[in-house]
Design a protein around this ligand. Sequence first.
Ligand SMILES: Cc1cc2nc3c(=O)[nH]c(=O)nc-3n(C[C@H](O)[C@H](O)[C@H](O)COP(=O)(O)O)c2cc1C
Length: 146
Amino acid sequence: MIKKALIIYATRTNQTKKIAELIAEGIRFGGAEAKVVNVNDFDPDKDNPKDYDAIVIGSPTYHGEMLQSIKTLLFKLESLGLEGKIGGAFGAYGWSGEAIDRIYNTMLHVLKMNMVSDALRLKSADLGGGIQMAQSYGKEIAKKVV
Ligand SMILES: Cc1cc2nc3c(=O)[nH]c(=O)nc-3n(C[C@H](O)[C@H](O)[C@H](O)COP(=O)(O)O)c2cc1C
């Protein structure tokens, strides 16, 4: 059966959304399905993370933190039992990008997911040059699930 990845992101000015869509392209190039949802539209009854082979989560950094909607999401996912599921984390940032490693580490240490080697950090100013990096990140995720 074809493998599926769910990408959930938060954004204020759409940079992190763009990265989410590029990661999805990479996943599809890699031979898996990818669905992209804004965290505000995420409904675990409709898109149960347990039905996906990989979960990828992204947030920009504002004032040194991830957006509240992603914090809430990580608490929700804690009760779903995603141990061992493949995971990735990403985000757009300006200069420090704390959100990205915090999401990655929460998925690794709390949700105990099987994380790809690293998180994807893209400076919004360099997003043009980051297209390939985001697609490659998607391919890396696909490689792990297919
Ligand atoms: C008020 C404000 C605070 C910010 N704080 C941070 C920060 O603490 N660290 C950082 O790396 N970038 C920071 N940024 C930059 C954003 O992370 C960057 O613009 C990012 O591309 C936004 O992504 P989004 O379009 O997905 O919301 C800040 C931006 C604004 C407007």
